[in-house]
Write a protein that binds this ligand. Structure first.
Ligand SMILES: Nc1ncnc2c1ncn2[C@@H]1O[C@H](COP(=O)(O)OP(=O)(O)OP(=O)(O)O)[C@@H](O)[C@H]1O
Ligand SMILES: Cc1ncsc1CCO
Ligand SMILES: [Mg+2]
Length: 263
């Protein structure tokens, strides 16, 4: 069995606990996505319990979608504890560039503890790579391909993995670039698909120490579940239901058959 397929199986076997400090919009949908793929989500943002939860978790997801100062304190404390306990963490800089507060907060989080993975859409990654100064909101106005050179620079500067999502997903670790071309346009018509991608990255880095490979598996899982769901859906409403079912029904064999990977 190929390594990517093993990651799918291992999530099901090990059911890693994935701690999320995430946004109000997607808390439910990303918890469901994690459960459907076989991981065990916990959404815990009170600073009083952060240390305990990080200590028992296999990975940490930090998503700044709906920010406020108390949550930022919890995020900074959680990433510090993650570093102390060698717990891998992924950061989703939702809407960075849309406001001065978002940009300052994203930079503060990255400066305090470098995330093992940063996953964003093209606009967000271009702001972090200083190739753009602002963005429209939480949706990208750019193509993922436009963000690749900046993402490579960012990944080299931080010595981590940067994932740019879009019609094509780019998984970038320095000069290593994998692409995944699965997925459907319907995914951009449902809120929180990017946040789900980040959460699934959390599940994959929880069980796979090769972060580049783990992120490739995560984006393949997202894209293939998106392909399967789109075939059954009439629009965004039914897509959400079919997407969860597809994550649940995804097997190592389906991944092997459907993956559109370029290395
Ligand atoms: N046009 C498309 N074709 C195929 N897949 C897509 C398309 N648009 C988005 N996706 C997929 O949807 C998921 C989310 O990516 P996207 O870039 O839209 O994230 P995002 O903008 O951060 O979303 P959100 O902030 O709403 O959570 C990824 O898995 C990506 O591959
Ligand atoms: C729509 C929206 N606004 C803040 S977070 C979020 C979820 C998608 O990123
Ligand atoms: Mg997003």
């Amino acid at each position: 069995m190929n390594h990517l397929e093993k990651i799918v199986n291992n999530i099901r076997i090990k059911s890693p606990l994935v701690q999320n400090i995430t946004n109000y919009v997607v808390m439910n949908s990303t918890a469901n996505a994690l459960l459907a793929i076989g991981a065990s989500p916990v959404m815990a943002h009170a600073i009083e319990e952060t240390e305990d939860i990080v200590t028992i978790s296999s990975s940490l997801v930090i998503n700044m979608g709906t920010l406020s100062e108390k949550w930022v304190d919890s995020m900074l404390f959680a990433t510090k504890k993650a570093k102390e306990t060698a717990t891998p963490f992924v950061f989703d800089p939702v809407g960075v560039g849309a406001s001065k507060y978002r940009t300052a907060t994203a930079l503060k989080i990255i400066a305090a503890a470098i995330p093992d993975v940063i996953r964003g859409n093209a606009s967000e990654i271009m702001v972090l790579a200083q190739q753009a100064s602002s963005s429209k909101g939480v949706d990208s106005t750019m193509l993922a391909a436009d963000a690749v050179s900046g993402a490579i620079e960012l990944s080299k500067k931080l010595n981590n993995t940067v994932v740019v999502s879009g019609q094509v997903d780019y998984i970038i670790t320095g000069d290593r670039v994998n692409t995944i071309s699965n997925g459907s346009t319907l995914m951009s018509k449902v809120t929180g698909m990017g946040c789900s991608a980040t959460a699934i990255i959390g599940a994959c880095i929880a069980i796979e120490p090769d972060v580049h490979l783990a992120c490739t598996a995560a984006m393949a899982i997202m894209g293939i579940a998106g392909d399967m769901a789109a075939e059954l859906s009439k629009g965004p409403g039914s897509f959400q239901v079919h997407f969860l079912d597809s994550l649940y029904l995804l097997t190592d064999d389906i991944l092997k058959d459907k993956i559109k990977l370029n290395v």
